[in-house]
Design a protein around this ligand. Sequence first.
Ligand code: BGC
Length: 253
Amino acid sequence: MEVLGIDIGGTGIKGAPVDTATGALLAPRYRIPTPQPSKPRAVAEVVAQVAQFFDWQGPIGCGFPAVVRGGVTFTAANVHKRWIGTHAADLFSEATGCPVRVVNDADAAGLAEMAFGVGKGRMGVVMIVTIGTGLGTSLFTDGHLLPNAELGHIIVAGGDAELWASDAARKRGKLSWTKWSRRLDDYLRRLEELIWPDLFIIGGGVSKKHEVFLPNLTVQAEVIPAQLLNEAGIVGAAIAGAVHQPGSAEIDA
Ligand code: BGC
């Protein structure tokens, strides 16, 4: 099935049509900076611009950096607070004229890694940690997603883990990779104490630097970098958008 996948982030909104059977992008991705302030209507206009760019008239899947249940966004750590309680799926459907499904962005990235990346075929408990402006987590057991696991906000070192171990925190604190990787290790160790995953998959921009930080990690679980990098959010959003469309396979998002 062909679905337009859109990855909504704090700084950019990126989209591309995706073949959800193979995970391949059917055109190069198109990116527009996230409007500031990132209020619902302004973001919906940009989502519509992305759809117009591809002259899109089919199903759309969106990854959004918040808790999303039944199309409604419940939190807003790195976007405008007006998102709390907004029916994002309805808003984007009205703006684009297409059926839209909205899921948490880390869940979208996880769906993509589990379907087409390094998580493919991995049973047991797999946790994907996407590291960027925020700390996103998604949790799979025997390939089934437990949606909206907001484990980027657990308390580590006396505060919100995201403010301490995200890539934004690394940049803010001008931390060396070694120093930051110790923070990442503390964070993963805390997750391990709570969840005991069999495998951690590290995604987001920092995963390109895995040679630098992986040797500094001391968790017992296997840790591997994500494979789909920039594309995971778009591909996973499209996988989610394929659900409930005629001919699509059901997923657990
Ligand atoms: C949000 C999550 C999101 C993550 C990555 C966090 O601040 O609470 O919902 O998945 O950032 O964008």
